[in-house]
Write a new protein. Structure first.
Length: 303
């Protein structure tokens, strides 16, 4: 019993370190790729680590209790969520890593971010949060419809079980449900806030929106939260549609492919307006998500 607890704790620490170090490294490389696509040189790939650790040594300005509490909720909720996302054979809670638990815990982090940004009193932050919540209504609906079809077909909502099933049958869900895989991928771009769905950040319009009032330690903590949230969201897609991985390295390779595919798309297309983003998600992705579910229920059925 004691050894099981120790193994769980060590696995959790290892997963957290991998999630942070790997995602921040990819974000640094992505800045270089985006710069080259746009005919710039770009910073070195380790610049994000410098920015984070330097920010953590600086003084932060507080705007009140809600502002401070929201940051702790955002980071704490996101850290807790990481433990329920298996990365290949590195799984902290195998069997109980239910997708609904991941979505619920991730919502705590998002709620904390919203509370803190609004508590800052800056109108740009409030506008950014309003845009983020409005866009969330757009991408979450088709995404949830698609993954409900996945749960229906396989009879489980456990990430570990879904990975095991895909590996055992030798076919990923993205091949079994290609329409749903495309819809989920497009929804993932919105979750990550990449172009054309970065309306809630929009530096040229609302000065980075929710992040406008953060500096010092608080900014460093939110940079860590962003990296971990990116790991969770892409990790969900990899586990649900790409079979996760037999090993950690296989998972990280699939993660890399998905991440840089989105980076290249983001670097080559302009941003939507808020109403354009919502209309887009509630048109083709929503229609295709229903088509995929109909195929799953009436053609594919349960396994």
């Amino acid at each position: 019993m004691f050894m099981n607890i120790v193994i769980t704790i060590l696995s959790g620490i290892a997963l957290l370190v991998v999630a942070f170090a790997y995602t921040v490294t990819l974000e640094g490389i992505a800045r270089k790729i985006e710069a080259r696509i746009q005919r710039r040189y770009g910073p070195p790939f380790w610049q994000n680590f410098i920015d984070i650790f330097k920010s953590l040594t600086k003084y932060s300005i507080s705007h009140g209790f809600i502002f401070d509490l929201g940051i702790l909720m955002a980071l704490g909720g996101t850290i807790a969520t990481v433990f329920f996302v298996p990365a290949g054979n590195l799984a902290v809670f195998p069997g109980i890593d239910n997708v609904f638990v991941v979505i619920y815990l991730l919502a705590i982090g998002l709620l904390g971010m919203a509370m803190s940004a609004v508590g800052s009193g800056n109108p740009n932050a409030s506008i950014g949060i309003g845009r983020a919540l409005a866009q969330m209504l757009g991408y979450e609906l088709p995404f949830m419809i698609v993954i409900l079809g996945v749960f229906f077909h396989h009879g489980t909502s456990s990430l570990s079980d879904l990975v095991s099933i895909q590996i055992a049958q030798g076919a990923y869900n993205v091949w079994l449900m290609p329409i749903g895989g495309v819809v989920a991928f497009v929804s993932l771009i919105g979750m990550l806030g990449k172009k054309p769905f970065d309306t809630f950040i929009a530096p040229a319009e609302i000065a980075s929106g929710p992040l406008v009032e953060y500096s010092g330690k608080y900014l460093g903590m939110l940079m860590i939260q962003h990296a971990l949230a990116t790991f969770i969201e892409i990790g969900l897609f990899v586990n649900l549609f790409l079979g996760g991985g037999r090993t950690l390295w296989e998972f990280l390779l699939k993660f890399l492919i998905v991440y840089f595919s989105i980076v290249i798309i983001s670097a080559t297309i302009p941003r939507f307006r808020v109403e354009q983003a919502i209309k887009f998600y509630w048109k083709w992705p929503l229609i295709f998500s229903f088509v995929q579910v109909i195929i799953v229920v009436f053609v594919m059925g349960r396994r």
